[in-house]
Design a protein around this ligand. Structure first.
Ligand code: URA
Length: 433
């Protein structure tokens, strides 16, 4: 087999066989195929696409490029949840304890944030003492004993995706349905759960800017999950404005705890109940998503979900006092207000631009090697649809960086105020089962 022939075939729009895709992906992962040839291949895929069989093949080849976790020693139907990435998205910290409190075993591996999107592992690491790395036996034992464990991805899962995703990031080849699907689904399949719940984000702060593209991604991921024998459900949700009010690691943990206490912002509470309901249903602990919603809401109301978060934090060495005393969380020394420039209704809050501004506070990374400030971020006092008067505080910037005035300007630019009354965007758009 020859690399040039495979690239040429894809460039001409022909279908590739499993063996041809495996030759390319495995050769690139091992280092025998150079970046420039893989870049050309990815660009050919970007323009020509891949059909269903090719996408299934690419997903399986990437899944098998590293360890595939066997969660067999854990009792019950294990359910994983994945978000395609957003701003202020702390739902894992909320839905995982809710689902676990309803009897669904959660054996979850999460990622770190990069660019304008956050990552669950960074958020958890803002809890003093929390260990995001457990060995395999500890991980399995903890899920069997407490019903929940959330750790960072091990170094041995899907090395092919790790290398290819880094190349896609710098060759303008991220936004392709087959490449996104195979990247996400290979990791989810390697992580070993029996069922997968996907939160496919749609809007200015997401890869998929409109509902049609998000729908195509959702249905393709559901198809690929099912083709691999996993119960898979995708929920398309809005990412035109940040989720909730807090953006930034420790700020988001505090908001997640407040949500589990029943005091969360409406959007985060509503989305968390829906996603948890789908997990409870996929895990066989409810006969329908509607029944799952009742159980999820009850787990918040009776404190079972908050108790499960406490168990999780304690089991992984974190400071459980955080549940009652937020002063143990990292915070910045400086806070700056962002004021409304006129009277009116907030028409839009561009999620991506606020995510970028949050990154500039120190809360996010530009490159994998950057260190972050776990206490930094942005707190939004107002959201889309709210009425404001000139001089009202719209947001607070938490940063110890010197460039705070640039960050304030970025947030002002991301927010549009008009005279016309308008509604906030519809949060939950569609469910693909
Ligand atoms: N997230 C991933 O893990 N991969 C993609 O390709 C896009 C989002």
């Amino acid at each position: 087999m020859n690399t040039l022939d495979i690239i040429t075939k894809k460039r001409n729009g022909e279908e590739l066989s499993f063996d041809e895709i495996a030759f390319l992906v495995n050769g690139y992962t091992e280092g025998s195929i150079p970046d420039y040839q893989m870049s050309a291949f990815l660009m050919a895929v970007y323009f020509r696409g891949m059909n269903h069989d090719e996408t299934v093949a690419l997903t399986q080849i990437m899944r098998d490029s590293g360890d595939v976790i066997d969660l067999g020693p854990i009792d019950g139907i294990k359910v994983d949840k994945h978000s395609t990435g957003g701003v202020g998205d702390k739902t894992t910290l909320i839905v995982a304890p809710i689902a676990a409190a309803c009897g669904v075993p959660i054996a979850k591996m999460s990622g770190r944030g990069l660019g304008f999107t956050g990552g669950t592992v960074d958020k958890l690491e803002s809890i003093p003492g929390y260990r995001t790395s457990l060995d395999k036996d500890e991980f399995m034992r903890q899920v069997n004993e407490t019903g929940i464990a959330v750790i960072g991805q091990t170094g041995h899962i899907t090395p092919a995706d790790k290398k290819i995703y880094a190349l896609r990031d710098v060759t303008a080849t991220v936004e392709n349905l087959s490449l996104i699907t195979s990247s996400i689904m290979s990791k989810k399949l390697a992580a070993g759960s029996d069922a997968i719940v996907l939160d496919v984000k749609c809007g200015s702060g997401a890869f998929m800017k409109n509902e049609k593209d998000a729908g195509e991604l959702a249905s393709l991921m559901v198809e690929i999950g099912k083709a691999n024998g996993k119960r898979t459900v995708a929920v398309i949700t809005d990412m035109n404005q940040p989720l909730g009010n807090a953006v930034g690691n420790s700020l988001e943990v505090i908001e997640a705890i407040e949500t589990l206490k029943g005091n969360g912002p409406d959007d985060i509470t509503k989305l968390s109940i829906k996603l948890a309901a789908v997990m409870i249903y996929a895990g066989g602990k409810a006969g329908s998503i509607e029944e799952g919603e009742v159980k999820a809401a009850e787990a918040i109301k009776n404190g079972a979900a908050l108790a499960k978060l406490r168990d999780l934090i304690g089991a992984q060495g974190g400071c459980v006092n955080v549940i009652d005393d937020y002063s143990v969380m990292p915070s910045t020394s400086n806070h700056y207000n962002v004021y409304a420039s006129s009277d009116g209704y907030i028409k839009s809050m561009d999620a991506m631009r606020i995510g970028v501004a949050s990154q500039h506070t120190g809360a996010g990374r530009a490159t994998k090697e950057d260190t972050i400030d776990l206490g930094a971020g942005i707190y939004l006092n107002k959201k889309t649809g709210d009425f404001v008067k000139k001089g009202d505080i719209i947001a607070q910037v938490h940063t110890d960086k010197d460039n705070y005035s640039d960050i304030i300007a970025e947030i002002e630019d991301a927010i549009c105020i008009t005279n016309d009354r308008n509604d906030s965007p519809e949060l939950i758009k569609r469910i693909y089962t």
